[in-house]
Ligand binder design. Structure first.
Ligand SMILES: Cc1cc2nc3c(=O)[nH]c(=O)nc-3n(C[C@H](O)[C@H](O)[C@H](O)COP(=O)(O)OP(=O)(O)OC[C@H]3O[C@@H](n4cnc5c(N)ncnc54)[C@H](O)[C@@H]3O)c2cc1C
Length: 411
């Protein structure tokens, strides 16, 4: 991240360059990305890789929002076990991670703890049979596990859990390490990530026939050809004014995107010595390994506005859930607990696509699957922004406009 002194210089420079001079040099970037969570960072990297000049504006520190709080599961089948565009997007992104993770690790020399051993689901026979059917219908691999195989993988599993399902294509990655690596990749590519820049509003502009956008905060402004709103759960807090017709809704003032915060709490134990390196899921909680043996337990789901503190009830829920899976863990000390705000949308689907004309874009609302969907979002958002028709088509089910067509309430 750039130093505060440099932020100030950049901001003053940007405001003094407001509307004069050639379009591409008056702001120093083709694209401004708002928000440096995994989605904003991944979009910025893809845009830079395709030759765009990019600036990322972040109100606090990169990778510190939901992308820090997450468990890092890359699990399309467990999360979205039904056919449709959302499952297709999740599966496509999971598949992209197979090359995305090694590329990012090689580029930056940073370890990402990308694990492809799979996920074990332990649950009632009825639930297991639903997932078996879903996996078969969707063409996803699975393997039935009996009690002795289960305990060979997971010593200490509760005695009443007699069967499980291995989903070998449900992977995991260290989301915090990914954000750090994305930041390093952006630095190598000359992309500035400016901390301490809370964006207050975005205005679409028109210079002759060329659309653009102005981004404003407290006492500063930037202008670019395109702005990508990737502010996670806070995306709906940024005002979008003076929309310019096109594919936007044409109103004078609107919320950029209907996203609401959905809190999730987690906790972490120190090393467990299980042979199985993947994740474990049940109806009550999930347990996700980390390099070095650590174990994360998650996650609660509740609506508390923008309050991202942990709660005694949430932590109790996690402890009760993990005790049903691994009773002995109850005696182990909890090393850390935290919570984060998922960006939820009214229909549970992300908002990826144009917000106003061709200059303001949304890449937000990924709710429970933003880590999984980062490569997919970056890939298609970048191509759609470049005018690629296949990308526009691909993003149709996720267009932010659907929110105003279907529901105005953000519930
Ligand atoms: C407990 C928990 C567990 C999860 N587990 C998983 C999982 O296993 N797998 C998975 O795929 N997903 C998981 N998720 C979901 C995933 O974390 C999110 O979908 C994803 O991190 C969203 O990324 P983002 O970049 O959109 O948002 P964030 O990471 O929240 O980033 C948004 C950024 O925008 C910045 N910002 C906000 N407002 C402004 C503004 N006005 N100006 C400038 N910057 C601004 C914020 O400071 C923040 O840095 C989990 C989430 C939680 C909470």
């Amino acid at each position: 991240m750039d130093s505060p002194a440099r932020h100030r210089a950049s901001r003053q420079g940007a405001s003094s360059l407001r509307t004069s001079g050639p379009r591409t040099s008056r702001h120093g970037a083709d694209v401004i990305v708002v928000g440096a969570g995994i989605i904003g960072l991944a979009c910025a990297r893809e845009l830079a890789a395709r030759g765009h000049s990019v600036i990322v504006l972040e109100r606090s520190r990169p990778g510190n929002g939901a992308s820090y709080a997450a468990a890092g599961m890359l699990a399309p089948l467990a999360e979205v076990p039904e056919a449709g565009p959302f499952f297709d997007a999740c599966r496509d992104s999971r598949d992209q991670w197979c090359t995305y993770a090694p590329d990012l690790a090689e580029e930056t020399g940073m370890a990402l703890d990308y694990d492809t051993e799979g996920t074990i689901l332990v649950d009632d026979p009825a639930v297991l049979s639903c997932f078996r059917a879903a996996a078969t219908a969707l063409g996803e691999a699975f393997e039935d596990l009996d009690r002795s195989t289960l305990t060979a993988h997971l010593p200490g599993l509760a005695p009443e859990l007699e069967s499980g399902l291995l989903m070998p294509a449900e992977h995991r990655i260290d989301n915090r390490a990914v954000c750090r690596a994305l930041e390093a990749s952006l630095a190598r590519r000359g992309v500035s990530v400016l901390g301490g820049c809370a964006v207050r509003d975005i205005r679409a502009t028109q210079h002759g026939s060329v659309p653009g956008a102005v981004v404003e905060g407290d006492g500063w402004r930037y202008e670019a050809d395109h702005v990508v709103v990737a502010a996670g759960a806070w995306s709906g807090e940024i005002a979008l004014a003076d929309l310019v017709g096109g594919e936007g809704n044409g109103s004078a003032e609107a919320q950029p995107t209907r996203v609401r915060p959905v809190r999730g709490e987690m906790l972490a134990y120190g090393a467990v010595s299980w042979p199985f390196q993947g994740s474990v899921r049940s109806a009550h909680c999930y347990a996700v390994r980390r390099a070095g043996g650590g174990l994360l337990v998650g996650a609660t789901v509740d609506e508390a506005g923008f309050d991202d503190r942990t709660t005694p009830q949430g932590q109790r829920e996690l402890l009760d859930g993990i005790a049903r899976l691994f009773p002995a863990l109850v005696d182990k000390p909890v090393l850390a607990s935290w919570s984060g705000l998922r960006p939820g949308t009214p229909d549970g689907l992300p908002h990826v696509g144009p917000l106003a004309g061709r200059s303001v874009w949304a890449a937000t609302g990924h709710y429970r699957n933003g880590i999984l969907l980062a490569p997919w979002t970056a890939h298609w958002l970048t191509r759609a922004l470049e005018g690629d028709l296949e990308a526009r088509q691909m993003l149709m089910p996720f267009t932010p406009e659907r929110a105003s067509r279907t529901s105005l309430a953000c519930s």
